[in-house]
Design a protein around this ligand. Structure first.
Ligand code: ZN
Length: 94
């Protein structure tokens, strides 16, 4: 019986560690503001893109899922690999 109890709490602790690691990882990603795919620092918002870059963004596959207006306000892009990131505004409120 005692062993079973120990196993259960071990599992719970492992889960907690997992959750802590995940949130830490997320926090690092947010604060460093770099591309999760190619590690290029500094993702760009629509305002920061030049005309040529905006044309590329308009052709990205994400344009099928999101309106351009929505992407302009809440998405950011990596200008090296053109990975598109959603805004982390909701996360910042926590
Ligand atoms: Zn990238």
């Amino acid at each position: 019986m005692r062993e079973d109890d120990a196993l259960v709490s071990h599992g719970a602790i492992a889960k907690l560690h997992e959750a802590l690691f995940a949130s830490k990882h997320l926090f690092t990603m947010m604060t460093q503001d770099k591309c999760p795919k190619c590690d290029k620092p500094r993702l760009k918002s629509w305002e920061e893109l030049n005309d040529e870059e905006r044309e590329v963004v308009k052709r990205l596959p994400e344009s099928a899922d999101y309106s351009l207006a929505e992407r302009k306000t809440s998405h950011r892009w990596c200008t090296r690999c053109w990975n598109e990131e959603m805004s982390t505004d909701e996360m910042r409120l926590i």
